[in-house]
Design a protein around this ligand. Structure first.
Ligand code: 13P
Length: 233
């Protein structure tokens, strides 16, 4: 199981430190075997010791240079970061990243051996158009992506389920993950309104190898509870 926390634009450096102390302490004391990842805002990057893998929510595909407002490889390396989230719906739909830009980043970080958590997912109107349309849309998010990259983790996050409290039915998740399984042998995460109360049923769905959690991961106690549920599932 892989259980990942995406803080998005939440938490300060000090808050992240407290969080990581609690979560890493839990991972060690409970002897957690699952892979735990935390994606804090980049201002909170630090060395937190043994426990969760620290990942970047985004970076520019460059070592360093003149790209105002971006960070590159040098800044990731300073904190030993070798895991990156790419293709998140908020970067696609709010920040306007195109598939071309995302696949360029993918190739760059793949060439460096980074662990890539690659996000895909449809918007509500596509969902309403039915499964065939949905999978056709997902295909457009796989253009230029090496689906058998050895350090790839795929996260299926329906946009309409992110931060809304809405979750697809277990049958829908099962069916979409089965189709994704035909496209990759790499771990498949589900994301979108995962919380303590629905964690168990979601991680028990066929071809769900873990979860990517936003809002519900922000409280360390909640996140630890979710880790425990996944570990016991
Ligand atoms: P929520 O868990 O807040 O719905 O967010 C999911 C997400 O976007 C994780 O990347």
């Amino acid at each position: 199981m892989i259980i990942a926390a995406n803080f998005k634009t939440n938490k300060t450096r000090a808050q992240t430190r407290d969080y990581m102390d609690e979560v890493n302490g839990f991972i060690r004391s409970e002897n957690i075997k699952s892979e735990i990842m935390v994606f804090p805002p980049l201002t909170a990057f630090d060395n937190f010791g043994q426990g969760a893998t620290l990942g970047a929510q985004n970076a520019y595909a460059v070592e360093n240079g003149a790209f105002t407002g971006e960070i590159g490889l040098d800044q990731l390396k300073e904190f030993g970061i070798k895991t990156i989230l790419l293709g998140h719906s908020e970067r696609r739909h709010i920040l306007g990243e195109t598939q071309e830009e995302i696949s360029f980043k993918f190739a760059y970080f793949q060439s460096l051996g980074y662990q890539i958590v690659y996000c895909i997912g449809e918007q509500l109107e596509t969902r309403k158009a039915g499964k065939t349309a949905l999978m056709r849309y997902i295909e457009t998010q796989l253009v230029g992506i090496d689906m058998e990259y050895e350090n790839l983790v795929v996260a299926y996050e329906p946009v309409w389920a992110i931060g809304t409290g809405l979750v697809p039915s277990n049958e829908d998740i099962k069916s979409i993950h089965a189709d994704l399984r035909a496209k990759t042998s790499r771990p498949l995460l589900y994301g979108g309104s995962v919380k303590v109360s629905n964690m168990k049923e979601i991680v028990e769905i066929d071809n769900v190898d873990g979860v990517l959690v936003g809002g519900a991961s922000l409280y360390a106690g909640n996140f630890c509870e979710m880790i425990k549920i996944a570990e016991e599932a």
